[in-house]
Design a binder for this molecule. Sequence first.
Ligand code: ADP
Length: 198
Amino acid sequence: MTRLLLIGPPGAGKGTQAERLALAFDVPAISTGDIFRYNVTNNTPLGLEVKSFMDAGAYVPDSLTNAIVADRLKEADAANGFLLDGYPRTTDQVAELDRLLVSGGTQLDVVVLITADTDEVVARLLKRAAEQGRADDTAEVIRHRLDVYAEQTAPLIDVYSARSLVVTIDGLGAVEVVTDRILAALAERGLRPDSSTL
Ligand code: ADP
């Protein structure tokens, strides 16, 4: 049973590491950004509701985001652990996740903070923009996303640090190197993948 959160600025590499860690620990990687993007692409009612927020680099309202995560965590594959990528991002979302975990009789194991300086994340996001054309990867929207992160999400690091849950990982370097750093930090906390899928 492994319950992890990945936190860090846009472009730190959360999504990439989330997939690798989920594979290693055999838990679902749950990304609110991916869930929202899937809905936008498929023009679902949820997608229509969240599109304008995402395109502007603003957070989707907590009520909507919390409801999505509450539903997702009820699915069978999350019963034995999960890796949340990009949630919670606000103090209200922290409170909701706390509530969900308490009602499920579980708790978080570790919060992995992936760091990368602003120049690096902006460069990565602009590169991704050129490759994938994500609507929120323009220079202006990237700047806004970084501001929103600093204002609304960075304070969560203190909240989880006060609970002694945070491990800080340098997100600069090759993908595999960063994964190895995370695995080493998790192992120090007694969390080891069952399989050697990496
Ligand atoms: P990034 O971390 O690069 O910003 P994500 O794919 O995690 O990319 O998120 C993309 C967008 O999805 C965010 O800018 C926001 O609009 C929305 N989003 C994702 N997760 C949340 C969340 N927990 N709360 C509110 N909005 C969210």
